[in-house]
Design a protein around this ligand. Structure first.
Ligand code: ADP
Ligand code: MG
Length: 265
């Protein structure tokens, strides 16, 4: 159990990073100091669907995720995990409540600003990957970097794909890749802009154990190097164990409790 499991939000922060740097010297990739919340949800409710099919998916969600914190989100199928990620990243608007990410109130951003904000600060690995079928693996990773105005998008994309073990698949289209390979392209695309916040929906769900643990290493590499905030939906207990805190969701309600799975890193 770590200090993050024990203390209620806002979390007291460790005094150093274990490598002798004090908390005051630690900044995340937004250039913001550690402390405070990277993501804060207050009284969030969301229903989707119409008429008899209407489902109250998220119920009174209150949640602070600290800067540089790694959080695992666990829950049964259909409990609202993916929907919660969508709301956190502004891909789905809540019916009520507020969502603040990196000190921005998402409800105050229009769709274009929201997309720009996301492109810059939030990396998302979707459960269904959402790769663009008419683009090669390399283009899927490089084009968003190019649109965000980053230097050397293709060189950068190639390095990210090599890092996920896909150096030999650069010019393959998604349909020519296995599920696990598509998942790795989606991961490379999400981490390539070096986002302050990385959100991943079952990032090891389609991978064999060996590939899965390589991906976990990649996720946590950025987390340690740059103080990335990680939010991971997973069924993988090994992955949950690597996180600072484990959140459980049941029928759209967050049940935040100290988890015996979490241990100090
Ligand atoms: P999880 O990721 O935990 O498996 P989801 O967040 O995908 O769960 O879905 C939560 C619940 O909301 C499910 O019961 C699902 O059927 C329902 N749901 C998701 N999207 C919609 C939608 N657009 N319209 C109606 N119901 C939806
Ligand atoms: Mg899901």
């Amino acid at each position: 159990m770590t200090w993050r499991n024990i203390l209620p939000p806002p979390y007291d922060l460790p005094r150093d990073d274990g490598a002798g740097r004090s908390v005051e010297d630690m900044h995340d990739t937004l250039g913001l100091p550690f402390g405070g919340a990277a993501i804060a949800l207050r009284g969030v409710n969301l229903s989707l669907g119409g008429g008899a099919a209407r489902v109250h998916i998220l119920r009174d969600i209150n949640l602070n995720i600290g800067r540089g914190e790694a959080v695992a989100l666990l829950g049964p199928s259909g409990s609202g995990k993916s929907t919660l990620l969508m709301v956190m990243t502004g891909l789905e608007r809540a019916d009520s409540g507020s969502i603040t990410v990196a000190d921005r109130d998402l409800s105050k951003l229009g769709e274009d600003d929201l997309a720009r904000f996301r492109g810059k600060h939030i990396g998302i690995v979707f459960q269904a990957f959402h790769l663009i079928p008419t683009m090669t693996a390399l283009e899927n990773v490089a084009v968003p970097l190019e649109l965000a105005g980053m230097d050397d998008p293709f060189g950068r994309a190639e390095r990210e794909l090599i890092a996920v073990g896909l150096g030999g698949r650069l010019s393959h289209y998604p349909a020519q890749l296995s599920g696990g390979e598509q998942q790795r392209v989606a991961l490379a695309r999400a981490v390539a802009p070096n986002p302050a916040i990385l959100v991943a929906d079952e990032p090891t769900g389609n991978l064999d154990e060996a590939t899965g643990s390589e991906i976990v290493e990649l996720l946590f590499h950025g987390y340690r190097q740059h103080g990335t905030t990680l939010v991971l939906v997973t069924h993988d207990t090994a992955l949950a164990e690597r996180c600072d805190r484990v959140l459980h969701i049941h029928s759209g309600r967050l049940d935040e409790r100290a988890s015996p799975a979490a241990k100090p890193r």
